[in-house]
Each structure stands twice: as C-alpha cells, then as structure tokens.
Write a protein that binds this ligand. Structure first.
Ligand code: ZN
Length: 378
C-alpha cells in the first residue's frame, strides 16, 4: 500500500463522483485497470486511458487515501500470437519487448507504475478456480473440453440490447456462432486447446487457455477479492468485456456489485472513428513526445470530460502546450490564493479538469501550483 498523508483524512467525509455514480470513499481504495495486449507500440488511445486512471489515483491520494492499483497485461491472446508469427518472433519475446516499451512510455508520461501488473500466464490457476466455481454454481457448462458461462443476461445489465450485443460479441471475437454454446451470448471461460495453439495449460477439462473476460475477472478476484472500488479501461470495453467480467465474478462469488464504479475513458477518434492499426491511422505517443512535452500530452488528454469520446487534432496539442505555458506563468505569481484549496475539491466532482484549470488560471499562485503538482503536469 502506498504512503498517504493522514492529515488530509481529518477533513469532511470524501465523495468522488464519477458520472452517475457517487462513491463515498472510506479508507483503502482498490483500482483495477484493463491493460494492454503487448503486441504493438503505444498509441494515444491507450495513453489517454492510462493517464485518466492515473489522474483518478492521484486525486484520491491527494485527499489522503491509500490506493492500490492493478493494471493487467494480456499476454495470452490471438492478436499477440498472430503478430509474433508475422514478425517471425516468439510471442513471449514480442510481449516482453513491447511491454518494456509501453512501461517506458508510461514512465515518460508520468503515469505511476501499478502496484500489481498481473498477466494471464501468471494466473492460470485462478482462471481454473473461477471456471470450477462457475460450474459448481451451475452458472457454467463444459463442452468438448471448454467451459462456457451463462452470461446472456449481462448485456441487458449494461444497457445493451440483444441485437447490438450479438454484433459486438462478433466484433470482439467472442464467437457467438460457436455451436457448442447454449446461448450465443454465453462467454468462454476456458478455451480448449487447438492443434495450432501457441500455448496451453492442463486443466480438469483438458489442455487449454483462459478466455479474455475470465482472465480479468480471475485476476481481480485473486488480487482484490470479490469487488473493486473503481474499474477502469478504454471506452470501448463496456460490452462485452466489462459486462462479462462482472457477470462472471458476480456469479462465482455472489457479491454484487463487482465494481462499485466504472471509469471508461473516452475513445480517441480520427476522422470520426476509433484509431486502429488496421486502418493505419494510429497516433503514436513516441511521435508526439518528439515535439511536445509529456505535460502537454497529459493536458491534451485530461482537459476535457473524461468519459466523452474526442477527436484528435494536431492543433489541439499545440493548444495544450499553450495552456500549459499559461499555467506555469500563473503558478509563478505569488500568493496563497483562496482557490488553492478549491482546486483538488473540483477534481472530486467527476474529475472536472477543465474547471480546475480555469480556477488555477484565474487565481494563479498556489492554486496553479497545486494543480500542476496534483495532475503531474510539470
Ligand atoms: Zn479487462
């Protein structure tokens, strides 16, 4: 657990609003962040998600809370295996190198390293334990060496209609047409090994490997127990990933809600759609950092509503740089402006960075210095 400033705990009770959810925060805070599949370089969409999770952690810590953060690495995944084959490398080597590059970029962007960085390969036993628990609760069934969970209700709980859910399940490779499924929206917890699989592990149902949603659910349960306070991830992870993860964990443990709050950072778009490797329009963080400061990249991501999708424009980075210069100039003004104490408070209300920036620019002095320090904009 990271150190805290206990003097900040003696103030009024703290509530953090995240969208429609207001969380009374008492004591230790557990954050789980869906991490990367380490098969390619870090793009701005990834960075925005992890910068927002980092900002939430920093706000909580500023207010005196101990925060434990786990950010996973998906190191057993078909896209990783496919990219390794394309490059003629082993998938473990590719994952190791890409993970190191990602962590280097995160460090440059002043994203705090997580307390735990679990990976699927390290938690096979916990996935098997989850599958066995689901079978025991009759929340799952075994077919041909695979274990499927009955999760068709999860879409509705996340406000996704069945038609849209089927489309999304296909898009995210949940294989709704798998003939072994009782319901196309059931998800796979344990995949049976195929002849061309790169990796597999023994299980009570035969050799296989974890399903994606089960992997995150199992790691949350292993690290935090049956619930977390804030579950973060990219804006495109609501369904099927987060909905299925919650359905699996809740069915296995009986504890609801699995996540007290969800914090999915808005998707970064180019020409109106999510940037993607397949279209070749990725904005790489390493390219941005060649001409701009890490603080400007952080402010570009943070100076907006956290949940809203946004379009990347190169001019916006110049504007972020200019705003940062104004903040530094404001911070150089003398004085303990009354707004200094109000800036961290503004961030508790839905992480309202634009309002906090406006307050810091107007009041200057300590208000601006506080904001720069709190959001790591120096
Ligand atoms: Zn996840």
């Amino acid at each position: 657990m990271r150190s805290v400033n206990p003097s900040r705990l003696t103030g009024p009770p703290m509530r953090l609003r995240l969208g429609a959810t207001t969380l009374p925060m008492v004591g230790h805070v557990r954050m789980y962040v869906c991490g990367i599949t380490p098969y390619d370089v870090t793009h701005l969409g990834h960075a925005a998600t992890y910068i927002w999770a980092d900002a939430a952690e920093r706000v909580l810590r500023w207010h005196g809370h101990a925060v434990t953060v786990a950010r996973n690495v998906t190191d057993v995944d078909d896209v990783l295996f496919a990219e390794a084959r394309r490059r003629g490398e082993s998938h473990t080597m590719l994952a190791t190198l890409q993970r190191a590059a990602f962590e280097g970029t995160m460090a440059t962007l002043q994203v705090r390293p997580p307390d735990f960085a679990p990976s699927a390969a390290q938690h096979i036993g916990h996935v098997i334990q989850l599958a066995a628990a689901l079978l025991d609760q009759d929340a799952a069934y075994e077919r041909n060496g695979a274990v499927y969970a009955r999760t068709a209700h999860a879409a509705g709980q996340f406000g996704v209609g069945r038609g849209d859910a089927l489309t999304l399940a296909a898009e995210y490779h949940d294989d709704p047409d798998d003939p072994d499924k009782d319901d196309p929206l059931d998800v796979i917890v344990w995949k049976a090994c195929r002849p061309d699989d790169e990796v597999s592990w023994p299980s009570p149902w035969g050799d296989g490997r974890p399903g994606w949603h089960a992997e995150c659910a199992a790691m949350v349960l292993a690290l935090f127990g049956p619930s977390v306070d804030i579950h973060c991830g990219g804006g495109d992870l609501a369904f099927p990933h987060h909905a299925s993860e919650a359905a699996l964990a809740e069915a296995a443990t009986g504890v609801t809600p699995f996540a007290r709050s969800w914090m999915r950072a808005g998707v970064v778009t180019i020409d109106g759609v999510k940037m993607s490797k397949s279209r070749g329009d990725l904005v790489l963080v390493e390219d941005l950092l060649r001409e701009h400061s890490p603080g400007a990249v952080r402010l570009l991501c943070l100076n907006r509503p956290w949940a809203a999708d946004w379009a990347y424009e190169p001019s916006a980075l110049d504007e972020a740089e200019a705003t940062l210069e104004q903040l530094y100039a404001a911070a150089a003004r003398p004085g303990m402006a009354p707004g200094a104490a109000a800036v961290p408070g503004a961030l508790l209300d839905d992480l309202d960075v634009p309002r906090a920036v406006a307050m810091a620019l107007e009041d200057g002095g300590q208000a601006a210095r506080t904001l720069i320090e709190l959001l790591a904009l120096s």
